[in-house]
Write a protein that binds this ligand. Sequence first.
Ligand code: HEM
Length: 451
Amino acid sequence: MPYFGNILQFRPSRMHLQLEDWAQRFSTPYRLRLIGRDMLVVADALTIMELLRARPWTFRRARPVQSVFREMGIAGVFSAEGETWERQRRLVMRAFDPARLKRYFPSLVTVTARLRRRWQRAAATGEVLDIQAELMRYTVDVTAGLAFGADINTIEGGEDVIQRHLERIFPMVNRRTTAPFAYWRHVKLPADRALERDLAAARAAVDAFIAQARARLAADPALRENPSNLIEALLAARDAPGSEFTDADVSGNVFTALLAGEDTTANTLAWLCYYLCEAPATQDALHAEAAGLLGTAAQVDSFEQLNALPYAEAATREAMRLRPVAPVLSFEALKPVRVGEFELAQGDIVTALMRLPGMDPQLLDAPQAFHPERWLGAEDARLASAKKVLMPFGGGPRFCPGRYLALAEIKMVATMLARNFRVAREPGEVGERYQLSMMPTGLRVRLEART
Ligand code: HEM
């Protein structure tokens, strides 16, 4: 269309499907036009890896990510660029190292046990569960525990001081970062006024958590050396002599962890659950692995056990291959640069389709099928190449810092589910909706307790 280009062909919630459909029809790379600007779409693994590695100096995230996050007061490492990103990344990586995760493991056990008890009740009454919503409560409780050191227990209906605001804030982040025009800077719709109220309330809740963490650090200075959660780690770094960090870095990165850690992990688990329903034999294989490792125990209860679950890992890899919850990543050129045969000017956008490299029949037999066993055979060159092209956590210097936490959560829940229950899907169509991350729609399940 003149002026609009291809933009009217997009619905934000199906954007990834539209881009993938064009990739099938026209092959990649291809170019489309969005309101006077060209966008290059790529799906080749090597090109994607190059783009991922060329940040933050040759490419950046698309510009609206930074401006929208900043004006909402939730700026952290995800939306930062250049030197600010380098500084924030150092801060966040300290808070996410695997040793810290180990300290946090007991909370993971507690939250998983709560979910198990809730599911036992649901199995006993034959309740139909919206499994994505169930898993969101789980990741909210885990992430808030990690971020704030607070036990908010939404699984068992605990008082929710922040989540109900975040639930409305996060879709608005998506709406604004993908909007063709920043209308809210000129006119405020009711949704924009509601957003302001939610942001103010969420900020007040985060400030209260920061004040509590400060009080804990004052009462127990040893915590500065050995913080027990993200907010304490951020505050300890903020207060260190000659610190390069600010109060805004602390609250921005707490928001960022909540934003980046909840939906992504819950949606990945929901997709895994979908495939377990579609292929009941995989539930039995997962059950056998869990029963073999855990004996009579109902769930994983030591950190070391998480490293002894190859089938759970293979099933997770397979779910993330077929349903990567970040199916598109966008890059904006910071200087003139060549991508394959295309010369890009400063400001040009490249969008990478992250699912397609893992659907290549040259690398994987029957790539449409959910087949965890494919990852468990002896590793030959083909299998190694197939592993390399899967990038569900991104890559290069900006790869996902929450990856180990996410995998720990997924293995905890998948093992607990298969150890204790059979899961079956209610009839109906399951679709994909993109809203900051890609989630299943219409996925309802019933659980049956295993004897
Ligand atoms: C299965 C779950 C998850 C998936 C699939 C996922 C995926 C991703 C992806 C694709 C990126 C972009 C990486 C890039 O640009 O190269 C990312 C970035 C990020 N993720 Fe995750 N993520 C998950 C869980 C988490 C968790 C649990 C947290 C923290 C609690 C987290 C925190 C972050 C942060 C802070 C960034 C920004 C990093 C940066 O820009 O330097 N993620 N994640």
